[in-house]
Ligand binder design. Sequence first.
Ligand SMILES: [Ca+2]
Ligand SMILES: [Ca+2]
Ligand SMILES: [Ca+2]
Length: 217
Amino acid sequence: ISDKIAFFITLSLKQMRNVTLKSTEDEFEISFVCHRPDDLEILQEETEFSKKELQFLYRAFKNECPSGVVTEDVFKIIYSQFFPQGDSRTYAHYLFEAFDTNRNGCLSFKEFVAGLSLILRGSIYDRLNWVFNFYDLDKDGFITREEMMKIMKSIYDLMGKYVYPSMHDDTPREHVEKFFQKMDRNLDGGITIEEFMESCQKDANIMRSMRLFDSVF
Ligand SMILES: [Ca+2]
Ligand SMILES: [Ca+2]
Ligand SMILES: [Ca+2]
């Protein structure tokens, strides 16, 4: 795995972290409203978030999307604010699909916090599993070169040309090849969850970024 992929995973997690850090600042804000206390209590059991964190997240979610579900278009708009210098639409599309676990085209609050909980508070296994599922665009259990190529291109688009001024057309393909050299142990052209887990756990960069998170949270 290249440094850039490790960096990218860290970056995604850091954005999420900003969301939860804010929650502690707002903790004592008197205006927090528990809109649906029963659901929040169930979610508290199903996720690793405290009641106050869930209340904060729910408020933020409702604020962005009063209807209670986030459509892909709304998600793309929110996401573009993180990366004003690049084109984040394709990347946001893949991310949206990873969060939309029942694949109905809408992100419910439940799906949102379930994903965040795995990414932020899950075990290393949970986090890697989430990343695998994210890369596996058609969710068939294999990451192919085509899927990885699409992900890489979307990351370059997202970062924008200022970050990679000297990028040429072959660069994403080179990264994909490096990724496959490390990950595809039986050389069958697909990466399974087992191959992915094994390679990630042996990779110092990935493990460092995961541990970094442990210390931050
Ligand atoms: Ca959904
Ligand atoms: Ca696949
Ligand atoms: Ca393989």
